[in-house]
Write a protein that binds this ligand. Sequence first.
Ligand SMILES: Nc1nc2c(ncn2[C@@H]2O[C@H](COP(=O)(O)OP(=O)(O)OP(=O)(O)O)[C@@H](O)[C@H]2O)c(=O)[nH]1
Length: 847
Amino acid sequence: MNGSHNLGVDDLSLTGPARRMVEIARANHSATIPEPGFIHLQSRVYRPPDSGFVSNQKKTMARSSKTRLLYTLCSSAKTAPSPSPPPRSSPTTALLLLRPFSAGGSSAARARDEKDAAPWWKESMERLRNIGISAHIDSGKTTLTERVLFYTGRIHEIHEVRGKDGVGAKMDSMDLEREKGITIQSAATYCTWKDYQVNIIDTPGHVDFTIEVERALRVLDGAILVLCSVGGVQSQSITVDRQMRRYEVPRLAFINKLDRMGADPWKVLNQARSKLRHNAAAVQVPIGMEDDFQGLVDIVQSKSYYFHGSSGEKILTEEVPPNMEALVAEKRRELIEVVSEVDDRLAELFLADEPITSAELEGAIRRATIARKFIPVFMGSAFKNKGVQPLLDGVLSYLPCPTEVSNYALDQKNNEEKVMLSGTPAGPLVALAFKLEEGRFGQLTYLRIYEGVIRRGDSIINVNTGKKVKIPRLGRMHSNEMEVGSFVLYSMLLFNLSGNSRGTCRANSCCIWCRLCFRLHFVIDPDYYFVSPGDTFTDGSVRYTMTSMNVPEPVMSLAVSPVSKDSGGQFSKALNRFQREDPTFRVGLDAESGQTIISGMGELHLDIYVERIRREYKVDATVGKPRVNFRETVTQRAEFDYLHKKQTGGQGQYGRVTGYIEPLPHGSATKFEFENMIVGQAIPSNFIPAIEKGFKEAANSGSLIGHPVENIRVALTDGASHAVDSSELAFKLAAIYAFRKCYPEARPVILEPIMLVELKAPTEFQGTVTGDINKRKGVIVGNDQDGDDSVITAHVPLNNMFGYSTSLRSMTQGKGEFTMEYKEHLPVSQDVQMQLVNNHKASKAAE
Ligand SMILES: Nc1nc2c(ncn2[C@@H]2O[C@H](COP(=O)(O)OP(=O)(O)OP(=O)(O)O)[C@@H](O)[C@H]2O)c(=O)[nH]1
């Protein structure tokens, strides 16, 4: 701490919470400070530009008292508020670091200090929100996030998705995203709103990139579900909502695009209640609609908001328009009724017919939302800059701070016992790596810290691999920009502390660490790849693992190969990288043709990777016809008794295996099960793993069409061995041959992926479109009317959906649109099975 200066509160020109924090700290200095002891306060610091307040420097206030403390006040403040928008005072950040002047001190004193200091952390955490924005394709997530960044002062100009200026939205940072106007990768950023720090992840809408939504929701504390006021609850809204339920994420709904023709938020609210089973009610009523959409009435506060200025930055607050009073009163009553059903305190007031204040209603909505019993519905038009600031207020008012969410880990030392994490920086470190990214900054690992602290230079343990990892750098992301900082406190907050730069990252933060790739050549080296998405890190004092995210199976494959043989190195480098970053993207080798096969969640997913290989690695690739990921399975039990014997001179081979294969019960968690049921020593136990390996290897390629065999159980009941000639190899081969021999007797069938298809087309084309679905062997499961459009839901084999976008366009004069997502694998019909088997035989014969 060389170069420190003594400083008083008044010298700092602080106002608001920053000043309060310093004053409280001064008054309570003896109460004190956790070890390693940093207290963070992020606030808007309003100060005159000429205040001389030093940015990016440390200043210290030396204290002389019993517990001598060093107060360090740092600021990452940019100097003056920007002259251009945003209209609010430019957000600046003050960080107050307090720690014992001497690093020493008894552990008892430290423990007492930590206990006493808890409220400090609490206050900081209460002002933190980690949220995600998710929705169906094109609902306006990125447009909304762009406004959020603008109003919070993170960006100074709004750029539209597919905007005429060609710049594109901040969060769509990849060239491909900007060109196509779609989000491909989730992007993280952070901002400050009314002295609260908000960390945001914008996720893609296309189901092909669903893993991005999964991993974001896995680590977030709350979410905004965006719905289109015209399209309503669409297929992907249902999927995203299911993902939010899976990770128990409290959420707000935002009905966007109220400026569009045909906007009907009340219809969408009813759909949310019926299709998503949301216990939801509006907390706002729109003033005007479509072209005439002017503003919103806040039902809770009974105020109207109008959005003026070139970018909606000036909010005019007025009374409820007299002509809307009756509607607002009705919607308020509805809101109170819905919330009362799930909140006892509000129910008491409601039943007693007592007047309910805004504060009481707000408190009840907050409790019910955090308990995931209620979803408050906001409205607006992101594109027309209306309704975004009240939505941000809603995030602060109704979504939980990290300590209001229960997070659990599994204790690997204690039989995977569930342990609730305290969520404080004081506990042992527990952090989850939820995303990997390799780019211009090197190898980045995105972490969510659930407990404890990480500092730059720390060595942490990957509990999943047992490997120790050193953290070379810590930083936080703002879309594709990385801000590397000395300290990162409570979610990605950064600042520099010159002369003593160490990076710290606290509980409940999402941060990244970065490992620069010094190796220019891609080396497949397990030591180098020390982390996979879903790995848990600790400081070594505990062996906790966090449950990972749900990873769906790829449904479609393509054969790819580089056009030029010289680019083979770059080609495999690209494939390895993408495979590591995206668990739904797999790379394999076709055993028969020797071709590289890439598998993913759909045509778009694979197309994007082929394009990225071309752009980012400058490798042109030849792409085969997309093909479906069929599976094989058995439908009945079949016995095996196989002796593998070669005893003609020299070391022989001898192994006999007896048992049966059978289908696993429907809904089994595993796809392959092996059970050793041998009683006694018919086969020495050291050969059993080789037998299991043999069966697994054989099940990788079924004899019908060479695709993996799933949902199968192998039971080993007996066998025989030879004192000299038995070996692991002999038993492994015995297992492989035994499987191949009995497999046809188990009545194998081919399974194909079935897709849930939702298509929307003007009703005049309904007959043509449904006829076409029938031709594709689809089963129509729903047919709704949405204005002049028909919305058809169907289950269709993926194999029959190739090139569907082109044919739908031609069937509907370009007016039809569709989405599809994987539903399940089901057996193909007999004739299709015969055809597939014959094709497979023919292609084998041709080789
Ligand atoms: N009229 C109108 N258009 C909007 C509004 N919000 C977004 N849009 C438009 O809708 C289109 C899709 O917007 P995005 O923000 O890219 O939607 P998204 O949900 O992020 O898209 P994906 O991530 O690709 O699924 C763009 O052309 C936007 O300009 C709105 O409030 N009103």
